[in-house]
Design a protein around this ligand. Structure first.
Ligand SMILES: Cc1cc2nc3c(=O)[nH]c(=O)nc-3n(C[C@H](O)[C@H](O)[C@H](O)COP(=O)(O)OP(=O)(O)OC[C@H]3O[C@@H](n4cnc5c(N)ncnc54)[C@H](O)[C@@H]3O)c2cc1C
Length: 330
């Protein structure tokens, strides 16, 4: 870690942090981007690399990993100092500067943008006991590679966007895909449900999963016991893969020690993405304000707002607003 004093240090290299870093560089600020994981990209890269995203402006359809690639290419145009595998554990005010304590040392900065998403995230797992060896191959909480599901019998569990989108995408490569949900209605976007209804996905609802174990005769397969809601009916489905998509549990407890004002697990911000602390801003999934949506599109918009406000605070004499075209023309 160097002795430089950065204008802005961005904590979290997900979509919000990556685009904010690029935009801050575009405004000629000295930027550090700090990410606890070995690679940038946040949730789209880590949790749903191959799932498609349909609601980012000007990108009709893009996978999580391709979105990260686009953001990485964009950031490379005006590169900033990147600290990967570096977790920020505390932030402390020292005179007019902020000092970030990280796993790689202390970093000094004039302003901070907190873009930690939901903090460290973990998938919500099946709640009953099962043989953990199932997780080596048959029972998955993430899709690392879509090829793992090629020509396989696949059960997807869940009723949200991710489960529905995965069921549709996997049905295109698998031998057979079924979707288990405990309700008859899904919590997914209407357009996704429409696609689901037109796809080859077999819909098993309302069922919950009661048990998962290796198949006695063929250890490469698993038996998934389903129980119909409000009924004693049990059904055993033998399959190659079970993909559980019950959402994610976030851990943003670390924020309690940072003295930022919270509302539940989220950071309260003003219209200009300011927190209660001087020159500390927050953007992306970690923030809350009236009307906040946890979307990539929203996260992208919040970065330039935070950067512009930081710029005005740090350098009040600088021109306030320029379009990128005029910035590149210089
Ligand atoms: C399964 C799923 C499907 C989704 N589908 C869509 C979709 O179709 N369209 C859409 O718009 N949105 C979708 N979302 C939501 C979208 O991914 C988020 O809104 C977006 O990722 C928020 O970006 P972010 O940068 O705020 O947070 P994140 O993507 O969570 O990135 C935060 C980063 O901060 C890092 N970090 C955390 N704590 C620290 C620390 N202390 N120090 C350093 N680094 C830290 C994390 O490792 C992470 O890389 C989906 C989410 C999920 C889970």
């Amino acid at each position: 870690m160097n002795d430089k004093i950065y204008d802005i240090s961005i904590i979290g290299g997900g979509p919000a942090g990556m685009f904010a870093a690029y935009y801050a560089r575009l405004r000629n600020l000295d930027v550090a981007l700090i990410e606890s994981l070995p690679k940038l990209g946040g949730q789209p890269e880590t949790l749903y690399a191959q799932k498609h995203i349909y609601d980012v402006a000007a990108l009709p359809k893009i996978s999580g990993t391709d979105l990260t690639k686009q953001l990485t290419d964009q950031l490379a145009i005006r590169n900033c100092d990147q600290y990967l595998k570096t977790s920020v554990s505390s932030i402390e005010r020292n005179n007019d500067l902020w000092e970030l304590t990280t796993t790689q040392g202390v970093l000094k900065t004039k302003a901070i943008i907190i873009a930690i998403g939901n903090g460290a995230f973990h998938p919500r797992k099946l709640t009953f006991d099962y043989n953990k060896e199932l997780e080596l191959n048959n029972l998955n909480y993430f899709v690392n590679s879509i090829d793992d599901f090629k020509n396989k019998d696949v059960l997807v569990a869940g009723g949200g966007d991710s489960a529905v989108d995965w069921a549709i995408d996997l049905s295109k490569v698998s031998k057979r895909t079924s979707l288990i949900h405990r309700r008859n209605r899904y919590r997914a976007m209407e357009s996704s449900v429409e696609k689901l209804n037109q796809s080859s996905v077999e819909q098993l609802n309302p069922y919950i999963i009661k048990n998962v174990e290796f198949n006695q005769k063929d250890h490469k397969k698993i038996d998934v016991t389903l129980k119909m809601i409000k009924s004693d009916e049990l059904k055993i489905v033998t399959t190659d893969k079970l993909l559980v998509n019950y959402g994610f549990i976030s851990d943003s407890k670390i924020l309690h020690d940072w003295n930022v004002e919270l509302s539940g697990p989220f950071i309260k911000v003003s219209q200009e993405m300011e927190t209660n602390l001087p020159n500390v801003f927050a953007i992306g999934d970690i923030v809350t304000y009236p009307g906040k949506l946890q979307l990539i599109a929203t996260a992208f918009a919040e970065g330039p707002i935070a950067v512009t406000k930081a710029l005005r605070n740090l350098y009040p004499d600088k021109d306030y607003f320029e379009h990128s075209t005029s910035l590149f023309d210089k």
